[in-house]
Design a binder for this molecule. Structure first.
Ligand code: ASP
Length: 436
């Protein structure tokens, strides 16, 4: 999905989404100030209340799309990705360990810097506070299996949904392999249907995202009108905290690549530079995939098998930047509304963020969609995600770069400590032995 698919055409020119959001922000500040900037008259306050309607609609649509998006993304990845049996386990280990580190870095920074306390919005109402339920590990374990197959889709339960998607994904993949072995192709119509439905959900998501500038305009104007600029102080701190955490994750990748593969950090950064720029500008790790793959193969010189496993499979399942962001967002919103998330709750954030990032497709704003599920799991009110809409266009680009860097890291680690022997190298070595 390209940047231009979100563009608005005006006077023959396409205005990219981020420009639309910036314009919406400026207009919202003007309206918010005109309505009283924290000190509204009763009539202005009444008017400001309705400004949240577009934002509520967008959030509702995102919540509704989250479950089909995750289910179809996982099924689609299982049916179409090429994973040789032996590399599968190593790949899973690399993916899970990288993602866990990303989330832990995110939580560490969010706990240390407490960006949500830099500007208190308002204390939670009794109803909001009661949403954070006590931790119950056995209940959580029992809750992983849904009562009925369709229930996770209706309840927006991310853990149950992923269990369901993985179950069906593994089963379908096994059936496909058996059929391919026997020269049968009965699986094809289902594979095509899943691909088509997946693309349809992405297309609907595109339409919803086209409304984000209007939603941002309404919610920012309303917040400024009713509460002034105080809530945005915390948001600035949040942006800085996320950028810091993403940078630390990048350092972790460089270290891991340095220690676990033959690729040096300089070569890694140089070989990946095209992919990083593409990721930042397209906002999509899937759209960046061909560039990532070419960089790994041609600029860094990895073996084809490692490049394709990391880039092609990784871009379906591996979204470390997204996982880090979802965990930080949950903590940030809890801090903003003054709710304490104890360590056991944060463990649920770790777990659900891993699942949510596996289910997040490599497309713009997918992280925002699956975030609703993380919030639901720890009992945080999802309407606060609206606050994040204002900065998500920028943070999404930044975390997409880390998602791509994560895929490249996995490829390098799969390639091992010995570079592949190219024909030229082989000739050089052979000549050297002959001279000896
Ligand atoms: N935009 C990200 C990607 O394409 C996904 C996300 O929204 O976090 O990788």
């Amino acid at each position: 999905m390209s940047e231009h698919s979100f563009g608005l055409r005006l006077f023959g020119k396409t205005i990219p989404l981020y420009v639309q959001i910036l314009i919406a922000l400026v207009l919202a500040v003007v309206l918010g100030v005109a309505l009283g900037a924290g000190n509204p008259s009763p009539a202005a306050a009444e008017f400001a209340k309705d400004l949240a309607i577009p934002c509520n609609l967008v959030l509702k649509a995102l919540r509704a799309l989250a479950t089909p998006l995750i289910l179809l993304a996982v099924l689609h990845a299982f049916l179409t990705a090429e994973i040789p049996g032996t590399a599968g386990r190593r790949l899973v280990w690399l993916l899970v360990s990288n993602t866990t580190v990303a989330i832990l870095i995110g939580l560490l920074i969010a706990n240390l810097l407490q960006p949500g306390t830099w500007g208190q919005v308002s204390p939670p109402t009794a109803a909001e506070a009661s949403l954070v339920k006590p931790f119950d590990p056995w209940g959580l374990l029992q809750d992983t299996i849904p009562d009925a197959v369709l229930k996770p889709l209706v309840d927006n339960n991310v853990i149950q949904l992923i269990v369901l998607a993985l179950g069906f994904g593994i089963a379908l993949r096994g059936l496909k392999s058996e059929q391919v072995k026997h020269g049968r192709s009965a699986y094809l119509p289902l594979e095509q249907t899943i691909t088509l439905l997946f693309e349809a959900v992405i297309r609907i998501l595109q339409w919803v995202i086209m409304l984000v500038p209007i939603a941002v305009f309404g919610i920012v104007a309303q917040t400024i009108a009713l509460k002034g600029f105080e809530p945005f102080k915390a948001l600035g701190a949040f942006v800085l905290a996320v950028l810091l955490a993403l940078s630390l994750q990048a350092c972790f990748y460089l270290l891991r690549v340095r220690l676990g593969s033959w690729v040096g950090p300089g070569l890694f950064l140089k070989g990946g530079s095209d992919a990083f720029l593409t990721a930042f500008s397209t906002d999509s790790s899937t759209a960046t995939m061909p560039v990532t793959y070419r960089g790994l193969l041609e600029k860094i010189g990895l073996r084809e098998s490692s490049a394709s496993l990391g880039a092609l499979v990784g871009s379906n399942f591996n979204n470390d930047g997204t996982a880090l962001y979802e965990a930080m967002s949950a903590l940030f919103i809890a801090q903003v509304i003054g709710l304490h998330l104890p360590i056991d709750k944060q463990l649920i954030v770790v777990l659900t963020s891993i699942f949510a990032s596996v289910g997040a497709a490599g497309i713009p704003e997918a992280g925002l969609v699956t975030m609703t599920l993380v919030f639901t799991a720890v009992g945080l009110p999802t309407q606060y995600i609206a606050i994040l809409l204002t900065v998500d266009w920028f943070l999404d680009r930044s975390r997409t770069v880390i998602n791509v860097m994560g895929d490249m890291t996995v490829s390098c680690l799969l390639d091992g400590r010995e570079p592949k022997v190219t024909p030229e190298l082989f000739l050089e070595e052979a000549l050297a032995t002959e001279v000896d």
